[in-house]
Design a protein around this ligand. Sequence first.
Ligand code: DAH
Length: 342
Amino acid sequence: MGMRETIDQMRQMMSQELEKVCDKQTLEALRVRVLGKKGELTALLRGMGQLSPEERPAAGQLINDAREKFTAMLEARQDALRAMERATALQRENIDVTEPAPLPPAGSAHPVNIVMREMVDCFTGMGFEVVEGPEIELDHYNFELMNIPKNHPARDAQDTFYIDDNIVLRTHTSPMQARTMLTRKPPIRIICPGRVFRSDEADATHSPVFHQMEGLVVDRDVTMADLRGTLNAFAERVYGKGITTRFRPSFFPFTEPSTEVDLTCSACHGKGCRVCKGTGWIEVLGAGMVNPRVLEMCGIDSTVYSGFAFGIGLDRIAMMRYAVPDLRLMYEGDARFLGQFR
Ligand code: DAH
């Protein structure tokens, strides 16, 4: 067989083999088999010694052309392999940003906030405006303007955190009554939800931090009947049909007359149960007609205007609503407790 045919066969063999090659090792093996020191084409080169001097240049040319051709074929295959490798790597490393990820556990509103929001919703629906005030409050607003002068016995009832002689952590939301009356003219219709502080030992029903919502209405001809009507509307809106209020006479320095207000127990609808200790009623707020002294101290003419005010304990209501047995649960931040209010 002539050299040309041998090389031709070699080329055919190579293109068949190259088709099948799909990794570097096999490609290298093929290169060694043809172009290596002991390779088939190298053998042809060695065999040139047996040719006559006239035949040698043409044969040399043939072999060199073949070497170039084969090298090019091998390189082409190598490039193709690299491209395939890259493509599979890209495929593998591809991140599907649309794939649904595990969601972090969702939080939920705190029971006190749930109750607060409902009330805010209810009162704003009746035309009240929400105002907020400082938790660190001047004695002047917290006590003096609420008609609780120094040495007044009512100061003892509210175990106060004093920051200094003139500054306290507000013991109730009532100072917002004074702040509002001093900066606005009647008609006034505001509610003020927020945190209040008293230096009580924490137990099942006491906490040094708790929540109140103050309400204040000042206008011409405001009467106790307006207070009653407003609180009854609130009771029914937030707790449902059949829930009403009971007013009991009481005393607060900033209201005259004053009343403590019970709501129909929502657990038994007034029949009497464990939650209401058999009475059918739950005490939830203090209220009354704004003391004319307070109106005057806050720059409002008490011969022209009158008003009512109320202060609702929010934690109490949330505990009753969700049958929470211990106030401390509300403040410990235990996720097992909080997760139940979704
Ligand atoms: N400030 C009172 C307290 O913290 C609650 C209260 C009673 C508020 C009667 C009022 C009110 O506005 O009229 O105990």
